[in-house]
Ligand binder design. Structure first.
Ligand SMILES: [Zn+2]
Length: 69
């Protein structure tokens, strides 16, 4: 089960919460009780960020090698 980092935009409280992938995103700050929680991306463990850029394939004929992706 992945661990998510939460930040409260109201009081600045941060904490980690272990949640199932299908679990609802928390909204209520346990400290100030405001609905100002924000789930941080990239924190915790077990989270794979998608959106990888595929490596350029220089084997394709006719594609200049100076083109960068
Ligand atoms: Zn708070």
């Amino acid at each position: 089960m992945p661990t998510y980092d939460y930040l409260c935009e109201k009081c600045g409280h941060t904490f980690e919460k272990m949640q199932a992938m299908s679990a609802k995103v928390l909204r209520k700050c346990p400290k100030c009780k405001k609905l100002k929680l924000k789930r941080l991306i990239g924190g915790g463990t077990g989270i794979i960020v998608t959106g990888q850029t595929p490596p350029p394939d220089n084997r394709i004929k006719g594609r200049p090698e100076h083109i960068k992706f």
